[in-house]
Design a protein around this ligand. Sequence first.
Ligand code: HEC
Length: 103
Amino acid sequence: MKKYLVFVLFGSMLTALGNAIASPEMVRKYNCTACHAEDKKKYGPTYQQVALKYADDAGAAERLAKKIQTGGAGVWGNTPMPAQPRVTDEDALTIAKYILAVK
Ligand code: HEC
């Protein structure tokens, strides 16, 4: 029993760690970092601003995942975000959740 508990605890720790590392790596891989940073304004809004804006919005992750892939303008000003068609559905959702969790 004890062994099982340790195993489960260790497993969920690894999963949490994996998610935390995977998403910052993804935004680098897809070159989002050229226009976005967590807390410094670049060409696009910071991830902190995005997380704050949608803090009470339950459907935000799915909507942002779509917007990441299709791009668009008008939410943060007139500067458009180009579409990112290389981002897979799964990665888009993972990244959206990571961005929404940035504090
Ligand atoms: C060429 C610059 C550029 C790149 C590259 C870029 N973005 Fe953006 N991003 C922007 C701009 C500009 C906006 C503001 C768009 C608006 O006002 O609707 C934006 C907005 C966003 C938003 C907020 C959308 C909203 O509706 O509130 C998210 C989330 C986002 N970007 C994530 C990403 C991710 C993830 C990537 C990489 C896959 C990425 N961006 C790549 C420029 C960029």
